[in-house]
Design a protein around this ligand. Sequence first.
Ligand code: PMP
Length: 381
Amino acid sequence: MMKKKIKSVISLLSVVDRLKNIYAGGAVMYSKRSRKIHPYVPGEQPSDRVYIKLNANENPYPPVPDFKKVISDFDYSLYARYPDPECGLLSEKIAKLLNVEKDMVFCGNGSDEVLSFVFYAFFDDDKPLLSPEFSYSFYPVYSEFYGIPLKRIPLAPDYSVDLDGYLGGDSSGVIFANPNAPTGINLSCEYIRNFLTRYSGDKIVVVDEAYVDFGGESVIPLLKDFNNLVVLRTFSKSGSFAGGRLGFAVSSPENIGVLKAVKNSFNHFPVDILAQKLGITICENWDYYKENALKIAFTRDNFSRELKRLGFDVLPSKANFVFVKKTGIPGKTLYEIAKEEGFLIRYFDIPGIRDFVRISVGTDNEMKGLIEIFKRNFSRL
Ligand code: PMP
């Protein structure tokens, strides 16, 4: 009797508590899952003044001028209808560009979204997913989000990804960026082929080629030999389309089929109707983008030489950014000097890479400006 009374008082109190929360705007109950997440932190976008933004690996060159016509000719009444859920024409154009079959392409709302589908589709919670100790910082975020244990394998002493460390022991798959981020170091296609021949053929290996167009070597030619290979690409970097959100995976039709099933369990229509059209325009004008990527690679190499002259250690980058440090000056100080002078660069407050800054490659003039700033400030340090 007494127990019953206590129980009903407790349940009454919890109802009162809930009502109090609703009416007083107090804390509401969130899921246990959401209380545990540690979201990805992108490069800052402050609005207190105009900055030269070299902190998010964006492309300094605008999209191809044809964009203007495609946008002005766009029949806006189409926005009343849903877009093509499978991005049919766009997938066809991408497939042609990459010399693969159309059913080997899966498009999504930026490669971050494609990555989330990849994590859900291919990796389980009972064995660790292997990834470099330092790589794209979204991988640990998705691992945690989906409850997939992540085993981070140390980089080689020269900061390259050492794939020998991924053999032996049980795993549910492998993911790394190539060129890697934030180091910019590229592995050759032959080296990755050699790894794939030794790694378990029934587990997915994801090679994230977000930066490959700036001088890296793609593993797309290996897709015909390895059914467990998934290549991830984006138009955010070499395609000057970070604002348009278009990324894609390339893999066997069976793997792409699984990604489509996962996509259709989250969001049937992830790619906006105009983004699909503009993505097609990018494919049709790929020479323009290739030329810009070459210009960026040229600027990167000049900038790297200048930094070395100033006493920086510069990792050999094949991406549109460089990862550099200067002995005696913490990464945070370099970041602060640049910010004070109107340049945003990125530093990571993480043990092992605290001394470094990651600097995206802008135009020639922007990089010359940053060199001048370092020169001027080092003389007073
Ligand atoms: N992979 C890597 C290695 C990246 O650095 C980024 C960009 N932050 C992405 C994927 C995601 O790019 P997006 O979502 O813009 O396609």
